[in-house]
Write a protein that binds this ligand. Structure first.
Ligand code: NAG
Ligand code: NAG
Ligand code: NAG
Ligand code: NAG
Ligand code: NAG
Ligand code: NAG
Ligand code: NAG
Ligand code: NAG
Ligand code: NAG
Ligand code: NAG
Ligand code: NAG
Length: 568
C-alpha cells in the first residue's frame, strides 16, 4: 500500500517531481497525485479486476482454521469466467468504442493540433479491443483456477497420493471413478473458461509421460460437460436473467447502470475531466463519459494485452470512485437493490441445496430447468466435487438469495470519495475468475472447537479426522478464498460459531424461506413498473404486490411476449 510513487501533473507544469504516498489523498491548487502502481490500481476495478485470493479473514471471519477432527469431504464450485473483452452495454464496451472513435475523428481530421503531456500517446493511439470474448489472459486465469482447485481439494476430497499432480480417472484400485459432470452455459467466454479450468484441474499438459495430443482430454474419457443454452428465454440457473423476463426490460434491468453512469460518474469524474481537458487540442472537449472510458479501457487493455497507457492518468480517489460506480451497478441490478435480485440467484441456490441433500429437483418454480435436475446424467448426486461456470452477477444474486446480510450495504451514491470501510466490494466478490466454493465438512464432534490459525492440511487425517467417525456435517463457504460469515445469514440459524462453519441442518434451516422471499414468479413475470427507479431504494432483492413504489398492471410477461418484443 505504501510503496506507491505518485506522479504529479497539474495546472502549472507537468512536474518532474515524485512524492511519497503519505500525500496520496491531498489535492491542492489543482494538483492531483496520480497512482502509478498497477497492482494497486487494479484493485479498484470491481468486476473487471484481475483475480486475487482474498485473505481468509477478508470478510470478517477471524478463526480461519479447520477444527481438529474435521475435514472437507465435498466441494461445490461456482466459477466465474475470467478476463474478457468489454460487453456491448451502453456504459461498457459501447462507451469505450465511442470514446475511441471520438479520438480517432480528432487525430485523423486535424494534423495541426495534438494532445499533449500525458495524453500525447493519443495522437497515434488505436483502439485494439474487441467485444465479449475470453482473452488469453482470461484463459490462463481459469487454468490457474483449475490447478488451484485440484491443489486445495484433490488431497482431501479425491484422496490424492504423494506426488499426484492432477485428477486421476480411477481409484487406487484401478476401478474407474464416476465421471465428473461440469456445467457451463453455451456462451463462448463461459465455455472457454470451463475448458481452460478443466485443463488445469485434469492436467493433461503435465502428465509424467507427456501426452501432446492430450488424448485423455480430447476423447472425453475424463469428464462430461452439460452445456446449458444462454441468450434466449430458456431456464438456466447459470445465466438466470434470461428467464427472469421483467429484468430484460428497462429501466428495471439497468437501474444500477443508470445510477452509476448517469449520476455517480459525472460527480466523481468532474475534476479528472477538467484535468484531461488541459491536454486536449483546441476545439476538443473530453466529457465525463470519455474519462470513464479511459478508466475502463485501462482495465480491459490490461486484461487483454497485459498493459495500457491509460492506467497512470488517475488519482487513487478517482479509482475508488470508479470502483464505487461498478459496485453500485451490480448492487442495484443484481442484488438487494433490485426487485429481481433474489429471483436471479434462487435457481443456483436450489440446485446447491438439492445436491447437499442428495435430491433431484423434479419440478421448477424458478430458473431451474427440471429436465436437467431430475436426471443423474446431467445432475449426478453424491459426487466429491461439482464445478459450474457462470457470470459475476449470478454469484452476487445467489449470495442475495441466501440472505447473506454481511453484503447488504447500499453503495452510497452521494459520497465521494467513497467510504473505504464498506463490505460490498465487487473486486473481492466477483473479480475475473472469481469463485464461490461451498465446502461440506465432516467432523467427529457436533460442536468442534474453533481453530484460530489457518493450517495446511498435508493429508486428510493429519489433525485427527477419521472418515469413519465424522457424522457431524458442516457448511463453510469461501469466496475467492475469503471465508464467508455464514453467521450473518438472516434469521440467525447459522449464528454461534466464529469460524464461518454452520451445521448442515442449521444451514438448510437458514434457507427454508429463500424461495418464498425470492417470489420468483411475481418478480420475474408480473407486469409491474417502478415508480421511481433511480432512488437508491432498498427492495431487499424482492418484490410483491404490496411493495411500495411499484405500479402493477394486468397481464404477465411470457416467453412469447419477450421473444416477440426483444428477439422478434
Ligand atoms: C492547419 O493549419 C493550417 C496553416 O496554419 C491552416 O490553414 C489549416 O486550416 C489548419 N487545419 C486545421 C484542421 O485546423
Ligand atoms: C486413499 O489412498 C490410500 C493411500 O493411497 C488408499 O489406501 C485408500 O484405499 C484410498 N482410498 C480411496 C477411497 O481410494
Ligand atoms: C491413475 O491411477 C492408476 C491406478 O492407480 C494408475 O495406474 C495410473 O497410472 C494413474 N494415471 C495417471 C495419469 O496418473
Ligand atoms: C475400488 O475403490 C473404490 C473406492 O474405494 C470402491 O468404491 C470400489 O468398490 C473399489 N473397487 C473394487 C473392484 O474393489
Ligand atoms: C482416451 O484416451 C486414453 C489415452 O490414450 C485411453 O487410455 C482411453 O482408453 C481413451 N478413452 C476412450 C473412451 O476412448
Ligand atoms: C430444459 O432443458 C432441456 C434439455 O435438457 C431443453 O430441451 C429445454 O428446452 C429446456 N427448457 C427450458 C425452459 O429451458
Ligand atoms: C454519457 O452517456 C449517457 C448514456 O449514453 C448519456 O445519457 C449522457 O448524456 C452522456 N453524457 C455526456 C456528457 O455526453
Ligand atoms: C419450488 O420448488 C422447490 C423444489 O422443487 C420446492 O421445494 C418448493 O416447495 C417449490 N415452491 C413452490 C412455492 O412451489
Ligand atoms: C422453467 O421455468 C418456469 C418458471 O419457473 C417453470 O414454470 C418451468 O417449469 C421451467 N421449465 C422447466 C423445463 O423446468
Ligand atoms: C385488469 O383486469 C380486470 C379484470 O379483467 C379489469 O376489470 C380491469 O379493468 C383491468 N385493469 C386494467 C388497468 O386494465
Ligand atoms: C403491461 O401493462 C401495460 C399497461 O397496462 C400494457 O400496455 C402491456 O401490454 C402489459 N404487458 C403485458 C406483457 O401484458
Amino acid at each position: 500500500m505504501h510503496s506507491v510513487i505518485g506522479m504529479i501533473i497539474g495546472a502549472l507544469v507537468v512536474a518532474q517531481a515524485a512524492i511519497g504516498s503519505q500525500q496520496l489523498h491531498t489535492r491542492q491548487d489543482g494538483i492531483a497525485e496520480l497512482l502509478t502502481d498497477i497492482n494497486q490500481i487494479s484493485q479498484y476495478w470491481g468486476q473487471i479486476a484481475p483475480y486475487r485470493d482474498n485473505a481468509d479473514s477478508a470478510f470478517g471471519v477471524n478463526n480461519v482454521g479447520l477444527p481438529n477432527g474435521c475435514q472437507i469431504e465435498q466441494a461445490h464450485s461456482l466459477q466465474r469466467h475470467a478476463q474478457r473483452f468489454p460487453s456491448s452495454y451502453f456504459d461498457d464496451g459501447i462507451n469505450d468504442e465511442k470514446f475511441a472513435a471520438k479520438i480517432q475523428r480528432q487525430t485523423r481530421s486535424s494534423s495541426n493540433s495534438s494532445f499533449t503531456g500525458p495524453l500525447a500517446f493519443l495522437n497515434s493511439y488505436q483502439y485494439q479491443v474487441g467485444e465479449s470474448y475470453l482473452t488469453g489472459i482470461g484463459a490462463s486465469t481459469e487454468f490457474e483456477s483449475g490447478v488451484a482447485f485440484w491443489n486445495r481439494y484433490g488431497r482431501t476430497v479425491l484422496n490424492a497420493t504423494v506426488g499426484q499432480l492432477q485428477y486421476n480417472a480411477s481409484y487406487e484400485n484401478a476401478t474407474a471413478r464416476p465421471k465428473p459432470v461440469l456445467r457451463t452455459t453455451s456462451q463462448s467466454r463461459m465455455w472457454n473458461s470451463q475448458i481452460s479450468w478443466a485443463l488445469g484441474f485434469f492436467g493433461p499438459s503435465f502428465y509424467e509421460t507427456p501426452m501432446p495430443g492430450l488424448d485423455n482430454f480430447v476423447n472425453g474419457s475424463l469428464f462430461d460437460v452439460v452445456i446449458i443454452p444462454e441468450g434466449g428465454t430458456e431456464n438456466n440457473t447459470l445465466a438466470a436473467y434470461d428467464s427472469c423476463f421483467e429484468d430484460l426490460f428497462t429501466p428495471l434491468g439497468l437501474i444500477g447502470d443508470d445510477d452509476a453512469f448517469l449520476f455517480y460518474v459525472p460527480m466523481y469524474l468532474a475534476d479528472a475531466t477538467e484535468r484531461m481537458n488541459q491536454y486536449a487540442p483546441a476545439g476538443f472537449q473530453f466529457n465525463v463519459n470519455d474519462t470513464f472510458a479511459m478508466q475502463s479501457i485501462c482495465a480491459y487493455e490490461t486484461g487483454y494485452i497485459g498493459r495500457s497507457d491509460f492506467c497512470t492518468l488517475f488519482t487513487e480517489d478517482e479509482w475508488a470512485g470508479f470502483e464505487l460506480a461498478l459496485d453500485a451497478e451490480y448492487y442495484y441490478d443484481y442484488s438487494w437493490g433490485n426487485p429481481t435480485g433474489r429471483a436471479q440467484g434462487i435457481g443456483y441456490l436450489q440446485e446447491l441445496l438439492a445436491r447437499l441433500q442428495n435430491e433431484y429437483i423434479y419440478s421448477s418454480n424458478s430458473s431451474v430447468n427440471a429436465s436437467i435436475t431430475k436426471n443423474g446424467e446431467d445432475f449426478p448426486l453424491g459426487r466429491p466435487f461439482y464445478a459450474d461456470f457462470t457470470h459475476d452477477d449470478i454469484i452476487i444474486s445467489a449470495l442475495t438469495a441466501m440472505s447473506l446480510d454481511y453484503f447488504r450495504e447500499h453503495p452510497d451514491l452521494n459520497t465521494y470519495p467513497p467510504d473505504p470501510d464498506r463490505h460490498f466490494f465487487l473486486s473481492k466478490i466477483t473479480p475475473f475468475g472469481g469463485r464461490l466454493i461451498t465446502e461440506v465438512i465432516g467432523c467427529a464432534d457436533p460442536n468442534p472447537l474453533e481453530q484460530h490459525n489457518a493450517r495446511t492440511q498435508y493429508y486428510p487425517t493429519q489433525y485427527g479426522y477419521d472418515p469413519a467417525n465424522a457424522p457431524h456435517k458442516f457448511i463453510r463457504m469461501r469466496l475467492n478464498n475469503g471465508i464467508l460469515p455464514l453467521d450473518t445469514i438472516r434469521g440467525g440459524q447459522c449464528a454461534g460459531r466464529t469460524d464461518g462453519m454452520c451445521a448442515m441442518e442449521d444451514f438448510l434451516a437458514s434457507q427454508a424461506k429463500a424461495e418464498e422471499l425470492a417470489n420468483y414468479h411475481f418478480a420475474c413475470f408480473a407486469n409491474y413498473t417502478l415508480d421511481d427507479p433511480f432512488n437508491g431504494n432498498d427492495y431487499d432483492g424482492t418484490v410483491n404486490r404490496d411493495t411500495e413504489g411499484i405500479t402493477l398492471y394486468n397481464g404477465t410477461i411470457t416467453a412469447e411476449y419477450v421473444e416477440d418484443v426483444l428477439y422478434g
